[in-house]
Design a protein around this ligand. Structure first.
Ligand SMILES: Nc1ncnc2c1ncn2[C@@H]1O[C@H](COP(=O)(O)OP(=O)(O)O)[C@@H](O)[C@H]1O
Ligand SMILES: CC(=O)OP(=O)(O)O
Ligand SMILES: [Mg+2]
Length: 434
């Protein structure tokens, strides 16, 4: 039901391509504001490289954490969601019985918003669901699972307000000449064939938190942000807004990912395969055979046998395959880097910071160092890397921290991104959603 209740318990569900991440918050009022307090943080990851791993932390009660448990029967986003909800109801979760029924709002990350997502978050009803169904095939690894989770949540939580937050909304600011593909513009318009861009909830979080770290207004910062996770993208952010981003009509364009090819010669697809559609067990949507291969069994998985980048980096001694994957990824990242550097005017101080985020960007000091080495050629006045700070990583409390030596004019930063909390904060601030 829409607009009925003030948020008191809010669940956030983030269906990524290889994981489902969940956070549950208790909401308390503070004067005019509503403050979220984290109660549960959980993830079900490695959905694309089994065994699936379950993590669970109860921030309210000690003794109920699950560090890392292998799950045998959970292989998709919807199975992960159902597993999590039933786990919440079990004694061993440490959650008070009845709490699940107190959930008033559920925030869902929906990667592709199509046209309906242009305006920002939406309370989900039949009409929104229908419009979202039309773009499922434009983000097959994400929107299919999110659609199934949304429908399951509507059924299991009939009293809660379900809100869809779109990754693509952040990129509405892309200029027309960057949004457009060089094809017949009449057809492009009719079929809505343009660059949308994704990881927008993460970039939104990054802009706000990096601005706070730099003690500037979000509208004053220009950065090159790298969200490197199972899906990887980069974003040129000018005055707080998306100016260009590497993903496109679908999350397949741009950088390679765990199981995604990223950009290739468009003709490669026709030379690779012209076999008919077959069913897709993972996302339950129809993909042409070639599109399925480019999304599900390309990228690092095709080059090395695993989509888990931490395993590729840890291959010791390195193999021809692990070297190829790492160097190819670096090459594509540097390609976008050079391009975005120029697009943001180039020269010393044209960006306030280079920001690393996502599973790989936040966790791999070694890969960050390789990228920063590659930036030397730009001679653009970046901080050099402070190896010690880079190796140390964050202290678990700071959302943004520096890994640079403080000499350059553009900082080197890591931002612990938090798409779940980004949605919840927006939900609490936007009374129109409840
Ligand atoms: N310590 C690490 N070093 C390198 N890569 C890591 C590390 N920890 C996690 N990763 C990688 O991060 C990726 C998952 O990132 P994440 O942003 O959580 O993905 P998603 O949201 O798409 O499920 C996986 O490829 C994983 O191997
Ligand atoms: C858009 C995208 O690729 O998201 P994720 O990295 O979470 O799979
Ligand atoms: Mg993700």
């Amino acid at each position: 039901m829409v607009g009925k209740e003030k948020p008191s318990y809010v669940l956030a569900a983030n269906a990524g391509s290889s994981s489902l991440k969940l956070q549950l918050f208790k909401i308390t009022p503070d004067n005019d504001a509503l403050i979220p307090h984290l109660v549960i943080k959980s993830s079900i990851s490695n959905l694309s490289s089994p065994p699936t791993i379950f993590k669970f932390k109860n921030h309210d009660k000690e003794g109920h954490d699950v560090e890392s448990q292998e799950l045998n029967d959970v292989a998709s986003g919807i199975e992960a969601f159902e597993f999590f909800i039933s786990y919440l109801k079990k004694d061993r979760s440490g959650v008070d019985s009845g709490l699940v029924d107190k959930i008033t709002h559920i925030c869902h990350r929906v990667v592709h918003g199509g046209e309906v997502g242009e305006k920002g978050p939406l309370v989900v009803n039949e009409s929104v669901l229908k419009q979202l169904e039309e773009v499922i095939s434009l983000a097959p690894l994400h929107n299919g699972p999110a659609d199934r989770i949304l429908k399951a949540a509507l059924k299991s939580f009939p009293k809660a307000t379900n809100i869809a937050f779109f990754d693509s909304s952040f990129h509405n600011s892309l200029p027309d000449f960057i949004k457009a593909y060089p094809i017949d513009q009449k057809i492009a318009k009719e079929r809505k064939l343009r660059k949308y861009g994704f990881h927008g909830l993460s970039y939104c979080w990054i802009v706000k938190n990096v601005a706070r770290f730099l003690e500037k207004d979000p509208s004053e910062i220009s950065i090159i942000a790298l969200h490197l996770g199972s899906g990887a993208s980069m974003c040129a952010i000018k005055n707080g807004e998306s100016y260009d981003t590497s993903m496109g009509l679908t999350p397949l364009e741009g950088l390679p990912g765990g199981s995604r090819s990223g950009t290739m010669d468009p003709s490669l697809v026709f030379h690779y395969s012209s076999r008919p559609a077959d069913s897709d067990k993972v996302s339950s949507v129809e993909l042409s055979h070639a599109e399925r291969i480019m999304n599900l069994s390309s990228g690092f998985k095709a080059l090395t046998g695993t989509s888990d980048f931490s395993k590729i980096l840890a291959t010791d001694p390195p193999t021809r395959e692990s070297d190829l994957a790492i160097n190819l990824f670096l090459d594509r990242i540097l390609g976008f880097f050079g391009s975005y550097w120029l697009k943001l005017n180039g020269g010393r101080g044209c960006v306030d910071a280079v920001v690393f985020a996502g599973g790989i960007g936040e966790s791999s000091a070694a890969f960050r160092e390789m990228i920063v080495k590659g930036l030397d050629g730009l001679n653009g006045g970046f901080d050099g890397i402070d190896s010690e700070k880079n190796q140390e990583g964050g202290d678990g409390r700071a959302v943004v921290y520096s890994i640079g030596d403080g000499i350059g004019r553009s900082r080197l930063l890591v931002c612990e991104t938090n798409e779940e909390l980004e949605m919840v904060k927006e939900c609490l601030e936007d009374k129109g959603l409840w």
